[in-house]
Design a protein around this ligand. Structure first.
Ligand code: FES
Ligand code: FE2
Length: 464
């Protein structure tokens, strides 16, 4: 089921640029609002007042990535999605569709499901007094019905309440506001861009979580730009012949889109700045450093055509790409067409407002979802997916989170995420320094951070 039109023209996507800074009407309603696209007030990352406003105006009204579809392959499968104290059960229905039901018994509020699992016989049963519902939320059994005033247990009052729920790109999305715009409208143009990278074919390779002492926005913004690579991930900076050449950065273009979404991707100028990365070395480091975006099978393909060539030469990169497409065709792996309009996004990043990111590469993607943790602006729940595309004949098993791991756990996190995670808690400590009324953004590289905050202010100023 796709809710996004796959035929959206590239020109229409590129025209969907951000509407820019807000005026007084928005700013007057939002504490610590964005005054300039070049500065983010520090309090936005730790103030209780600001966090409460997000709880009231953002989370109950915005589309959120609640689950991967393959977490709930069969009817009766459920997974819980929790956001700032609200819990929803995402449940696969008998007709293959998905519903999101509030996770609270309508008798005395007992939680009906936790984490993930299966409702046997497609019946949801309350563990306290045994009331039962169909998996679409309709009440089927009230234990002790004769003890209640019939007026209080009318079907419509004790069936489980639904939130809006739609699917796109292999994900299930929810919105608790029944008056919200459609998912298609809300995700434009980010979803259309990701359709061009064929993310709908991708499935979970692995999925993990870390709890991090950092505000949810600060954590996700650390992935809105690629120019931290040189300092944070020096091993990945494989440019040759360009000692200290910062102009390589010009090869990446940052675009703020409407609805708070953003993108960075390879610019057209990359070849012109002297110094090219060693393609094969970078691929190996990417695989060994995070086991996402570039996978072992890709490295094998690239190694197979190296034959002593200069692996930073355009000839080699062309040959490696051709070999990859041939491999996909031979293995029956669906893929986007060969062409710059599809391949430019590889190694780049699409942020879907408010808190989901995809970094597609070949037929793989890294994906991040960041949520507040425990009603605390200083903590977030950071989830990481490695997605890939399997041969069409392959039956994907039910996806389960491998676990929650300490951010420093080298047995469960590769070098690349550990390097990123290490920055996050240091940023959260620094952001409270009285020397620092705001952070300072680069006009060229950090424009999508400002764009996300400006959209957030528009949400926080809305009267629902
Ligand atoms: S609390 Fe659920 S049946 Fe009583
Ligand atoms: Fe990073």
């Amino acid at each position: 089921m796709t809710v996004v039109d796959p035929d959206v023209e590239a020109a229409e996507i590129e025209a969907a640029i951000a509407i820019g800074p807000n005026g007084d009407e928005v700013n007057a309603k939002v504490p610590f609002h964005m005054d300039s696209p070049l500065r983010v007030p520090a309090e936005r990352y730790y103030s209780r007042e600001f966090f409460e406003l997000e709880k009231e105006k953002l989370w109950p009204h915005v589309w959120q990535m609640a689950a991967r579809e393959e977490e709930i392959p069969d009817p009766g499968d459920f997974v819980e999605y929790e956001i700032v104290g609200q819990s929803l059960l995402i449940i696969r229905q008998e007709d293959g569709s998905v519903k999101a039901l509030y996770n609270a018994c309508r008798h005395r509020a007992t939680e009906l499901g936790r984490d993930c699992g299966r409702f046997p016989g497609n019946q949801i049963v309350c563990p306290f007094h045994g009331w039962r519902w169909k998996i679409d939320g309709e009440i089927t059994h009230v234990f002790g019905r004769e003890g209640f005033d019939p007026e209080t247990i009318k079907k419509e009052d004790i069936s489980l309440k639904e939130a809006k729920c739609e699917t796109w790109g292999g994900h299930v999305w929810i919105n608790m506001d029944h008056d919200a715009p459609s998912l298609q409208e809300a995700l434009f143009p980010a979803a259309s861009l990701l359709d061009r990278a064929a993310v709908g074919n991708m499935r979970v390779k692995w999925w993990k979580e870390a709890i991090i002492n950092c505000n949810w926005k600060l954590a996700q913004e650390a992935f809105f730009e690629g120019w931290h690579v040189k300092q944070t991930h020096p091993q990945l900076y494989t440019y040759k012949d360009s000692p200290g050449n910062e102009t390589n950065l010009q090869g990446t273009v940052y675009t703020p889109f409407m609805n708070g979404h953003g993108r960075f991707w390879a610019g057209d100028a990359k070849e012109g700045y002297g110094g090219k990365p060693d393609f094969l070395e970078a691929a190996k480091l990417n695989w060994s450093g995070q086991d996402a975006m570039t996978l072992e099978r890709d490295v094998h393909v690239f190694e197979g055509v190296a034959n002593g060539m200069d692996t930073s030469s355009p000839e080699y990169v062309g040959r490696a790409m051709k070999a990859l497409f041939d491999y996909w065709d031979g293995a029956g792996i669906p893929h986007p067409p060969m062409g710059p309009e599809f391949m430019k996004l590889w190694g780049g990043d699409i942020h879907l407002f408010p808190n989901y990111l995809m970094l597609p590469m070949y037929v793989n993607s890294l994906a991040y979802r960041v949520r507040p943790h425990n009603d605390d602006p200083d903590w977030c729940r950071f989830e990481v997916w490695s997605l890939t595309t399997y041969p069409e004949s392959y039956e994907t098993p039910r996806a389960e989170k491998l676990g929650r791991f300490d951010k420093d756990d080298a047995d469960h996190w590769g070098l690349i995420p550990r390097q990123d995670f290490a920055n996050l808690e240091r940023m959260q400590r620094g952001i409270k320094s009285q020397s620092l009324p705001h952070t300072t953004l680069a006009e060229l590289w950090e424009v999508t951070i400002a764009n996300m905050h400006q959209e957030l202010d528009r949400r926080l100023a809305t009267d629902y």
